[in-house]
Every structure is written in structure tokens, then in C-alpha cells.
Design a protein around this ligand. Structure first.
Ligand code: ADP
Length: 279
């Protein structure tokens, strides 16, 4: 029997309804603004458009800050320091890929934790790891919301994550542990990937590798969450082969699965930052 499709849009709509209501009823009514740092990259530009589409109906301003390809580390730090200090900026998001030559870790090391809308700074990552209240990265936080929305239990279950990136795999470990799952993480050096993925009851894939996960790597009945967004020709494909839907009990579509929920969580994180800044 083909898997149940875990569509992201209804989950995103539920989250956004709540955010809209909270913004509407908030006492201060200060407008929320997110600064989006954006290099010269087609995928990042399309992500920025999607963010704007989510934020605009909520009355959230998206201020794009272009980063040119020849930019040096020092200039990037200056821009972020300025945004950190600006009272009218609620949150800061730096879209990957950054201009060539800038280290990938630069945003995490320059954005102020108070303005860290995607939970990438060492302070937020550390808080999340310690199980303290934290701004969690939007993509893995969105996956937890998908599971909650569709009534998929996590507690006590065996979760396998493929990928250990700072924005998906690693924070997902903390979120799943907080929800009482038993967690295993695979990565490029994992010796027999299929051997491990076949043990999963919940399988999360964020490897950036099109159709990496094949049906024979998934135990029948597994719930599969695909974070992959890979452009193959004109199409977007996930990290999971669509044929896995014949084996899994539930699976996120690509596109339309984890993506829409990610943007809704960004809006929610921005609201949380605004509340913390006011308190
Ligand atoms: P993303 O932004 O989707 O999280 P990254 O490129 O930052 O992707 O990280 C990719 C992650 O996926 C890395 O942790 C890497 O070890 C893992 N990965 C990539 N290819 C494979 C593979 N063939 N098998 C297992 N893990 C992989």
C-alpha cells in the first residue's frame, strides 16, 4: 500500500494562523522585520522569495541585504554588526550559499543570539543541546511539527538521521532526544548506510544527495521525512527515491513537505525573538 503523504501546507497554515493571531493581539504592535542576507545564487533567491511570500501576509517586513561575490569576511562582519545594533531589525537570516571565500560558519559567529531567527548561533545551539528553552533551527523544528500534526508518535521510537549538518541533522538530534526518541546519526563516513537506515522506525534524510535512499534501505512501515531539495534538470527532487513511498507508511513529498513548514517556523521564531527583545 502506498504511503500516506505528509503534506506540509496544512501544518504551515496552522502555525501561521497562530502567529497571525498572536501578532494581532500583541499589546505593543511593533512591526516585525527580518533582514535576509543574500548572495548571488538562484536557489537562495528563490528561498528569499518564498520567505517574503510567507511573511508579507503577516505584516512582517523582509529586508533583503545583497552580498556581492567579491565580499570579504571583514565587510560581512561589519554588515551583521550594524544589523545586530539596529533596533528596528527583529531577526537576521543569512541564506546559504554565502559568497565564495566566506566561511560557512561566519553567520553563526557574527549574528547576535538575540537576533538569531534560525537558531544557528553557538548560544542557541548550545541551549538546544542542553535541553534549555532555545530558538531551534526552522527546518528540523518544522519536521517535529509535521510529526505532531499527523499524530505520529516519537517517544521511545528508533529514529535514524542521515546527515549531520549544523542546520538540520545536528539540531534534529536534540529535538528528537527531547521528544524521547532513540537517535542514530549517519553521515558520509557511515560504513553500511543501508544497514543502519533499515533499523529506523522514523527516518530523516538531509544529505543533499538526490534519491540517496532507495526502497531496499527502508523497513516496511517506516515514517520517512525528506529534507532534500535538489534541482535535477527542471525538477526538484528529494534525497529519497519516490519509489520508497511503496514501502514507507508515511512520507513527505518534495516539494510541498518539509519546505512550507520551515518558513512558518521562521515566522514563529521571529515572533519569539520579538517577545524576548521586549521583555
Ligand atoms: P544539508 O544542508 O542538506 O543539511 P549539507 O551538505 O550541509 O546538507 O550536509 C550533508 C550531510 O549529509 C553531511 O553531514 C554528510 O555527511 C551527509 N551525507 C552526504 N552524502 C551522504 C551519503 N552518501 N551517505 C550518508 N551521509 C551523507
Amino acid at each position: 500500500m502506498p504511503a500516506r503523504l505528509l503534506e506540509g501546507h496544512p501544518v504551515a497554515e496552522e502555525i501561521l494562523r497562530d502567529v497571525r493571531e498572536q501578532i494581532r493581539t500583541s499589546a505593543t504592535q511593533t512591526p516585525l522585520t527580518v533582514a535576509v542576507l543574500l548572495g548571488d545564487d538562484a536557489a537562495a533567491r528563490s528561498y528569499a522569495r518564498a520567505i517574503r511570500k510567507t511573511m508579507a501576509p503577516l505584516g512582517i517586513e523582509v529586508r533583503t541585504v545583497p552580498l556581492d561575490d567579491s565580499m570579504h569576511e571583514e565587510r560581512f562582519r561589519e554588515i551583521v554588526t550594524q544589523l545586530n545594533r539596529q533596533a528596528d531589525i527583529t531577526g537576521i537570516l543569512a541564506l546559504q550559499p554565502l559568497p565564495p571565500g566566506l566561511p560557512r560558519s561566519l553567520p553563526a559567529l557574527s549574528i547576535a543570539p538575540e537576533k538569531d531567527v534560525d537558531g544557528i548561533t553557538p548560544v542557541n545551539a548550545g541551549r538546544l543541546l542542553l535541553g534549555l528553552p532555545a530558538i531551534a533551527p526552522s527546518t528540523p523544528a518544522g519536521a517535529m511539527e509535521l510529526l505532531r500534526y499527523y499524530g505520529i508518535p516519537v517517544s521511545g521510537r528508533r529514529a535514524v538521521i542521515v546527515g549531520r549538518s549544523p542546520v538540520v541533522g545536528r539540531p534534529l538530534v536534540s529535538l528528537l532526544l527531547a521528544a524521547d526518541a532513540t537517535v542514530t546519526v549517519c553521515h558520509r563516513k557511515t560504513s553500511d548506510l543501508a544497514d543502519v537506515t533499515r533499523t529506523a522506525e522514523l527516518l530523516f534524510v538531509a544529505a543533499g544527495s538526490p534519491a540517496l535512499i532507495k526502497p531496499d534501505m527502508v523497513r516496511p512501515g517506516t515514517v520517512v521525512i525528506d529534507f532534500g531539495v535538489n534541482a535535477v534538470g527542471e525538477h526538484l527532487v528529494g534525497d529519497v527515491d519516490p519509489a520508497v513511498a511503496e514501502v514507507a507508511s508515511a512520507i513527505t513529498p518534495v516539494p510541498g513537505g518539509t519546505g512550507p513548514v520551515t518558513n512558518a517556523i521562521l515566522a514563529r521564531n521571529l515572533l519569539t525573538l520579538a517577545k524576548l527583545q521586549r521583555s
